[in-house]
Design a protein around this ligand. Sequence first.
Ligand SMILES: NC(=O)c1ccc[n+]([C@@H]2O[C@H](COP(=O)([O-])OP(=O)(O)OC[C@H]3O[C@@H](n4cnc5c(N)ncnc54)[C@H](O)[C@@H]3O)[C@@H](O)[C@H]2O)c1
Length: 425
Amino acid sequence: MPRQTQGETRRDFLKASTAAVSAATLVTLPAGGVFAAGTDAIRIGLIGCGGRGTGAAVNAVTADSNAKITAMGDAFADRLASSHENLAKTISDKVDCPPERRYVGIDAYRKVIESGVDVVLLASPPHFRPAHLAAAIKAGKHVFCEKPVAVDVPGVHSVEQSCKLAREKKLSIVSGLCFRYDEPKVETIRRIHDGAIGKPLVVYTRYLTGLLWNHPRKPEWSDMEWQLRNWLYFNWLSGDHIVEQHIHSLDKAVWVMGDEPPMAAVGVGGREVRTDAAFGNIYDHFSIVYTYADGRRIHSSCRQMGNCFTDVEDTVIGTEGSCDLMKHAIEGARPWKFQGHGKNMYQSEHDALFAAIRSGTPIDNGSYMCRSTLVAIMGRMVAYTGERITWDQLNASTEDLTPPSYEMGPLPMAPVAKPGVKLIG
Ligand SMILES: NC(=O)c1ccc[n+]([C@@H]2O[C@H](COP(=O)([O-])OP(=O)(O)OC[C@H]3O[C@@H](n4cnc5c(N)ncnc54)[C@H](O)[C@@H]3O)[C@@H](O)[C@H]2O)c1
């Protein structure tokens, strides 16, 4: 793999990594129809073998009776081994991944892509998504792409380019913004768009949750290994929790607003409780107001703190009613509630992906996965800087969180952001 060296930009890294993959990849997927008969096996590569990646692998092979996991890649051998062990136990007949197709290291993604797979599941920490997606699309692979798609604006713009290429190549990209595949949410938001609460004016969205996992540093770990193993807590890797987790809420809110991006945002955030260096350089709470030119608003808050009230809700206020989106309930002039249970949304997104591959009718979730990632980054930026930021300013941002090198060595941690100190770049 072309290692990123001092002074090399992420743009160079992306260019080099995609060029290397395209040159080395002998087997590319003829888009669409080749699988129409449903008899050819679909070979799946998993990149990022953690909790979600392992779950996505199960969803993928459940979605298609003739699909197998044939390659796996992870930055760390122990993570790959436990994922493989888990899969070999739960879906043994769907795993055909001998040791020579289990790849370890930062460049494992490239080897998975080169191994002759047809589909890749991208589930590494978000920082790597732009490079991994670029390489996969360039090599002609269909993709399941976990959220968020990047941690900074140049990263999202790279993903937009990859999505454009995927469209040209008729490749599917299905996003891990799973609520878009949750039948009760789809039906509720469809009704909102059909006027069930009049014009939606405000969305109040909250993701107030407890503490997440943390891996205490081992003496033998370099800075890079420590940060990668605790990727949630470093904004270059996760984008901070407003981007990594609260993106689900922001995605629903923007979806309600007709998938229009907000015009501007202001907000606050900070680090009250999770102040130890073990928690890297991210905040533990944010509160952001996004505004639209016509006065509509999204009020968003998120928190990751222990021993506090937890609440994941979205309330939509319209001119003729309101909606509790997580309860799929509409009140006002046209009351309604979703009856029954939708299918498991994590399964539904893979069912859709594999049906699209078999039928040769690609799915393109590129626009909303990029837009919602940008909205989340916008929230982080206004809290970190203390500035009001417009959509146009956001899109002009060149702030690139890529570290100078991916070597398993020293990597000083960027300081915790202080509002009023740094302007947006
Ligand atoms: N849609 C959802 O509801 C949902 C739920 C959980 C996680 N996620 C997303 O899935 C992704 C993974 O989250 P997770 O909970 O599985 O985290 P995790 O830490 O359990 O897994 C991440 C894995 O990626 C590996 N990794 C790190 N750098 C890598 C690289 N450069 N190349 C290959 N592998 C690398 C890690 O070693 C680890 O095994 C994140 O983007 C997260 O936001 C989505």
